[in-house]
Design a binder for this molecule. Structure first.
Ligand SMILES: Nc1ncnc2c1ncn2[C@@H]1O[C@H](COP(=O)(O)OP(=O)(O)OP(=O)(O)O)[C@@H](O)[C@H]1O
Length: 314
């Protein structure tokens, strides 16, 4: 539904993004994750047709965002980092106004406006002036204006920045409820936001995509290696070559805990390989005591830290 290829944007001597490639499947929520200044807003603005790219292409539902911007605008809803809301309008009159600008026919407008208000849980605030709303409700109005024309694609730039913890949960739930019916791309620098809201993540750092196609909750199919921590009782000398011979094993380390008869073994294996049964069989068949075996699965945070380094992580 969204296809980005070799996208670059250069401001004078600043390369904001360089050779950015990624895609988002229909009905999916993609987290576009990166530290401050990574190039997230620049990418979102190009996708939304607000600024042109310097080179490369971006297509939404098959339409080029630059060459076919009218077709693209009809098919996207965009929530910028600071959504422009009219503070002296009520929620309903503002959403109605946006619906008019987006070309929704008068006959359909009431239904579409009501649906956006309901989906964003704004019913009790529909007659309230926007300036009297809390930041969390204002953000819901921002999302309501983005979805009022029922676009297949929704682009959200840092949708929970500045919200309190309760508002953050409410807005994340609202975003999750958009999946399936809409394809969503969400930019954020907050790791848990991706784990809680998205299906998949792409990580951008210093203008370049450094990792793509990461499951937002990488408990399986992780691109990182799996690691096993084992505690064994008995003389482990004979089993070390057997463990090393398991084809998926990359690295093995032994740390004696108390003496040579109580050892901790760390094993690093190829990504997405389940070798727990093989390890256990070797230990038990050799007559040793298997005291503990734990598989440490890499988290999104491990992956983020591996490619971006420390700092900037919330
Ligand atoms: N209009 C502009 N003119 C010059 N440089 C710009 C402009 N807009 C962005 N940049 C630069 O491009 C780089 C990427 O900025 P961008 O706003 O896209 O990052 P971001 O990931 O959204 O960061 P943040 O979360 O802090 O908004 C930064 O170095 C920024 O200073």
């Amino acid at each position: 539904m969204i296809e980005v290829e070799h996208l670059s944007k250069i401001y004078g001597s600043t390369v904001a993004i360089q050779d950015v490639d990624f895609s988002v499947n229909s009905g999916e929520i993609l987290g576009f994750l990166g530290p401050n200044g990574a190039g997230k807003t620049t990418t979102m603005r190009i996708l939304a047709g607000y600024i042109p790219s310097s080179t490369g292409t971006a297509r939404i539902a098959g339409y080029d965002v630059h060459e076919q911007s009218m077709q693209v605008r009809q098919r996207i809803g965009y929530l910028p980092e600071n959504p422009p809301l009219y503070p002296d309008m009520t929620v309903e009159s503002f959403i109605n106004f946006v619906a008019q600008i987006k070309g929704i026919a008068a006959g359909d407008r009431i239904i579409k406006v009501n649906s956006a208000i309901e989906r964003c849980q704004l019913t009790e605030k529909r007659s309230v002036l926007i300036r009297k709303l809390s930041k969390g409700y204002k953000q819901r109005v921002g999302i309501a204006q983005a979805i009022v024309h029922d676009p297949p694609v929704i682009i959200l730039d840092e949708p929970t920045v500045g919200l309190d913890p309760k508002q953050i949960i409410e807005v994340r739930n609202l975003i999750k409820s958009l999946a399936g019916q809409h394809t969503v791309i969400l930019s954020t620098h907050i790791l848990p936001e991706v784990s809680m809201t998205c299906d998949r993540a792409t990580i951008i750092n210093r203008g370049k995509v450094v990792k793509t196609d990461i499951p937002a909750n990488p408990t399986q199919d992780s691109p990182l290696k799996s690691s096993y921590k084992i505690e064994v009782e008995g003389d482990i000398t004979p089993i070390i070559p057997l463990l090393k011979n398991i084809p998926e094993v990359i690295e093995l380390q032994v740390n004696p805990i108390e003496n040579n008869y109580h050892s901790a073994i760390s094993i690093l294996a190829q990504p997405n390989q389940e070798i727990g049964k093989d390890i256990a069989a070797i230990i038990v068949n050799s007559g040793l005591g298997l005291l503990e075996m734990r598989r440490d699965r890499p988290t999104l945070e491990d992956i983020f830290l591996e490619v971006v380094g420390t700092g900037e992580v919330k």
